[in-house]
Design a protein around this ligand. Structure first.
Ligand SMILES: Cc1ncc(COP(=O)(O)O)c(C=O)c1O
Length: 419
């Protein structure tokens, strides 16, 4: 669940006096890591006082190297949020004004807002144009809830230059056919991997196993505190660049580092040779994300074990557990179960609350949000019907490594009583 999600609906008091199971495990994760965190903060303060800088220092570099190795990508550039990584991807690709960027209708709003937020670049003069990029909303696959290939095909126009494949809820989109389509039409593929740290995709053509964020031209990670790994409260994010970018790669790695650092290409503090914003990662966030990266695989595998237990509990009920497509592994940033009807959704939510289990808000359909619906932000809507159905019927079930055995059993018990 994004940090913007409100858990207001989760506040209903449980009828039984059992400790509340929070919707997310990030608070517990921080508590478990408190001693290590205190140590890290002390070390970073000392280093920062010595070097005179709290950002873009040795820990940021170490994090970038560690992600590069973990993901097997050409470059990894630490930034201050997943939203910044998405905006960076859109701007660094120097898309011309009027460009359409295909986005799934079911995602967190920042996937689309980043497109509206990014500057376009006039191809001849290089002039920057605000508002020049237009998100085009397409529907999702009914099983995986990720971007639907047929809907992408339907959306293609002579203005299409890029597709954002969102690895929604923790499962990668079907990347191989998307990349083939992109190659056919000379499009960029940007992976929104904000929810998918640790998810993988086996390429059916080569059998190569790709990590989320390593298969498209660019990958965008959020490292906010609620994610599968994340910083200690401050927002953080990461942009990846892959060899698909070919000869553009060396220039882009330099541009990306300048972009996050107010457009400085050289060392002079007040010379800004290119376009940039202030999107640096601080040394504290880098240090904590680096520490957590070491646990990522084991934490994801714990999420998968818990998810498998919930799947078993739901067997024989009318509710649909998350589907993991063949050749993919699900990182279960969210475990969302689909109710057969709105009434059934409400029933499960009220039973969860009664058992002292927080029920998080679930994602809304992005093109139905006011600024797009009222035409206040440019967009084009191709299809969103399946996204609407999914948004209406999904229920978020707590699924994170910090859950205790009694808590998993309590959740299983509620799921197994589903009609
Ligand atoms: C799919 C998706 N994209 C983008 C973002 C934005 O990331 P951040 O919150 O780090 O800016 C999020 C955050 O939740 C997300 O879930």
């Amino acid at each position: 669940m994004s940090r913007s999600a409100s858990y207001a609906t989760a506040a209903a008091a449980p009828s039984e006096a059992r400790p509340l199971i929070p919707a997310q495990g990030n608070g517990r994760r921080l508590l478990q890591r408190l001693n290590a965190l205190q140590q890290e903060v002390a070390e970073v303060v000392e280093e920062a006082v010595e070097s005179g800088s709290h950002t873009n220092g040795p820990r940021v570099q170490a994090l970038e190297e560690a992600f590069k190795t973990y993901l097997q990508v050409a470059d990894a550039i630490a930034v201050n949020s997943g939203s910044s990584a998405l905006r960076a991807a859109c701007e660094l690709l120097r898309l011309p004004p009027g460009t359409e960027v295909i986005v799934p209708a079911y995602t967190f709003i920042m996937t689309a807002y980043a497109v509206n937020d990014a500057f376009a670049f006039e191809p001849q003069s290089g002039a920057l144009a605000k508002g020049g990029l237009i998100p085009v909303f397409v529907d999702i696959d009914p099983q995986t809830y990720t971007i639907d290939l047929a809907s992408v095909r339907e959306a293609l126009s002579e203005r299409t230059r890029a597709i954002i494949a969102v690895h929604m809820l923790g499962q990668m989109a079907d990347m191989r056919p998307l990349l083939d389509l992109a190659d056919e039409h000379q499009l960029f593929v940007i992976e929104d991997a904000a929810q998918a740290h640790g998810a993988t995709y086996t390429d059916p053509q080569t059998n190569h196993i790709y990590q989320a964020g390593s298969m498209g031209d660019c990958g965008c990670f959020s490292l906010s505190d609620v994610k599968n790994i994340g910083s200690m409260g401050n927002d953080a994010g990461l942009l990846t660049l892959t060899t698909r970018l070919g000869s553009r790669l060396p220039a882009l790695t330099a541009e990306a580092r300048a972009w996050r650092n107010t457009g400085r290409l050289g060392r002079h503090r007040y010379e800004h040779q290119t376009w940039g914003i202030r999107a640096r990662m601080d040394e504290y966030s880098a240090s904590e994300c680096l520490a957590q990266l070491r646990y990522l695989d084991s934490w994801v595998s714990r999420r998968q074990q818990i998810a498998a237990r919930y799947n078993t509990a739901l067997a024989g009920t009318s509710f649909t557990p998350p589907y993991t497509a063949p050749g993919r592994t699900h990182a279960f940033f969210n475990y969302m179960v689909k109710a057969p009807t709105l009434e059934a959704r409400r029933l499960l939510e009220s039973r969860l609350r009664a058992a002292g289990i927080q029920v998080a808000d679930t994602y809304s359909v992005v093109p139905d949000q006011p600024l797009y619906r009222q035409g206040s932000l440019p967009c084009r809507i191709v299809a969103a019907e399946r996204a609407r159905e999914v948004a209406r019927l999904l229920v978020a079930i707590p699924c994170y490594p910090e859950l205790g055995e009694e808590e998993v059993a309590r959740i299983e018990e509620v799921l197994s009583r589903c009609p």
